[in-house]
Design a protein around this ligand. Sequence first.
Ligand code: SF4
Ligand code: SF4
Length: 297
Amino acid sequence: MKPLGVPREYNYIAVFLSLSCNLACPYCINLNEEGSTRSKVSRRHLGAKEWIAFLNSLEIGREDLPITLQGGEPTMHKEFYDIVNGVRDDLKLDLLTNFMFDVDEFIACVDPKKFTRDAKYAAIRVSYHPGQNEINDLIVRHHKMRDAGFYVGLYAVMTPWNEAHIKEVQMKCLAEGIDFRVKEYLGFDGDRWHGTYKYPEAISQKVEKYCECKTTELIVGPNGGVYRCHSDLYENRTPVAYVMDEGFEIEDIYRPCYVFGHCNPCDIKIKTNRFQEFGHTSVDIRNIRELAADEKI
Ligand code: SF4
Ligand code: SF4
């Protein structure tokens, strides 16, 4: 593949290797109405050869912009280790995982250098899901990985109904020397939205408007589809391109959108960028207006 430049403005590269998962969190954004993962309705997954060809064509030019392997549970991709080991060593990898993989196999297959870079947070970030993965088990796995040279951080969402438990787990992990961080709960608790949003109406689910939207993130789904935003990926909307398309380029442009109002909180939330500086939003939205009669579905 020809070299693919990544726009300077881009702040995140998300590679969703698989939307399948070996846990079944009731609040999971990847679950469809039947309770199974949405990957079942998307086209086939890219294989290791295709992922490696695409990832190795990326010209990122910055050590502070890693490629984040995520999902679902990214380690569920059948050729996960081939992908990790096939990617150029100068490309920095991050991993978002629930830690429900075979830790011994991971240690045997992966050189810690693949997931090592200079950053203020761990390259391997494990999500703790109460009732799904067990904290004492995660601590054992963490220590094994740490002893093998991997920097692993544990993260939990501070859900309003589970605060006491998360705080207790945090104390336990900190006492174990684990980098445990709490993430803000984003969502509607039946009473109000949690989180700080640049465009509150965008997540209201109550309006459907036209706008022009520009992302700062490269979001690639399991089938190689490139999406405008997380909402498009999770809602299985048509991608703007496929990474395997002839002449594919990563464009830093505003794109028309007809579903403003059904955005995902991840895209609209005011958050920290990769430098851990607060005030960043994944997308920039302009020219919001009502849909014309012939634009309504
Ligand atoms: S671990 Fe993540 S992807 Fe898997 S079911 Fe839970 S929330 Fe969904
Ligand atoms: S307006 Fe919302 S749904 Fe539309 S592309 Fe932007 S983030 Fe996605």
